[in-house]
Design a protein around this ligand. Structure first.
Ligand SMILES: [Fe+2]
Length: 340
């Protein structure tokens, strides 16, 4: 065990160096992470794989070893990062730096192949959304209607859009059934989590009847969810415990600025015009009430980082694996790195 600990200590040193470099490097244009750090992450992953492959056979064991060798707190379950095919675990170190990343080799990851969303389905969802936005007289910026060829040569001038992940965002949360579990979002504005200059974000979403956005909370982001128009939006709520489980205690929220006590698992129904303020750590899942129609939902929040700031209660994928059966009608936020 001792040689292993010694070797892992060297790897830890590499991480400390990479964290220092992180604070002095420009971010990658797509991920917002310093490009120079990726080799460090990969090197560490590789060294781990060579040293002790069995450690990666169980997530729990892996996390134990991480806790032993690195002064970190595991802050998220494995999630998908655009541009990477494999699962990663995000961790948070004691300095509050959130960019320590481990590549997992858990065999369960290989078995857990997400069903892909076909590009034709994504195009159809966007076409429907455009029609609904138009119907509700909700206007999108001009670049919402650009095709892939319109983005060519615009990497510099559109860097804020690309780096801050503005635009079309469709997810089935990795379950392969968009109408049951899925969400269409369009991010209108956002700051870059790595730069933190613009500190606010705005999204618009379309939530279908009984279409669930699964239970999650955010560590960093406080958000207002607003029912702009359409049907009624149901939101189920729980507080969270220190170990990020759902709390069995009542919680307090504000609905349009008015304090309301909610029982654990209680449902708030937002009618058009209503809004709820969700502070960090409040578990929430939402869906449109059956029989009342789809809902156009607004979100006004602190800066949004979908790569690191979603704590889903169950393990799932935030960005879809896409089967390219036809050309994209419009690019998704996770398409920029490929097409622009
Ligand atoms: Fe949320």
């Amino acid at each position: 065990m001792m040689p292993l600990i010694t070797t892992l200590s060297y790897i830890r040193l590499l991480f400390r160096i990479s964290l220092i470099i992180r604070k002095n490097c420009p971010p990658n244009s797509t991920t917002g992470r310093p490009t120079v750090l990726l080799p460090f992450y990969r090197l560490t992953s590789l060294l781990y794989n060579i040293i002790q492959p069995p450690l990666w056979q169980s997530n729990e064991k892996t996390l134990d070893v991480c806790m032993l060798v690195f002064p970190i707190r595991i802050s998220s379950s494995p999630i998908k990062i655009p541009g990477f095919k494999t699962s990663w675990i995000f961790c948070e170190d004691m300095d509050g730096c959130k960019d320590v990343v481990f590549h997992t080799r858990d065999d369960k990851d290989d078995d857990r192949k997400e069903p892909a969303m076909k590009r034709s389905e994504i195009n159809r969802i966007i076409s429907n959304a455009r029609a609904f936005f138009e119907e509700q007289n909700f206007k999108l910026p001009p670049w919402a209607f650009w095709g892939p060829s319109d983005w060519k040569g615009r990497k510099e001038t559109c860097s804020e859009i690309i780096e801050n992940m503005l635009g079309w965002d469709i997810t089935d949360f990795g379950f392969g059934n968009f109408s049951q579990r899925g969400l269409l979002l369009f991010t209108l504005r956002n700051g870059n989590p790595a730069v933190r200059k613009k500190k606010y974000a705005e999204k618009v979403m379309i939530v279908e009847e009984d279409q669930e956005t699964p239970m999650h909370f955010h560590w960093q982001k406080m958000e207002d969810i607003i029912n702009r128009c359409g049907g009624n939006l149901a939101i189920d709520l729980y507080g969270s415990t220190e170990d990020e489980e759902m709390s069995d205690k009542p919680l307090t929220v504000k609905i349009d600025g008015i304090v309301r006590q909610v029982e654990p698992g209680g449902t708030i129904l937002l009618q058009p015009g209503d809004s709820i303020c969700l502070v960090q750590g409040i578990y929430h899942r939402f869906y449109a009430e059956k029989g009342k129609g789809r809902v156009l939902v607004g979100e006004v929040s602190e800066v949004n980082d979908d790569n690191t700031d979603n704590r889903f209660y169950e393990e799932l994928g935030r960005f879809p694996v896409i089967e390219e059966d036809i050309e994209p009608l419009h690019l998704l936020v996770n398409d920029y790195s490929k097409y622009v």
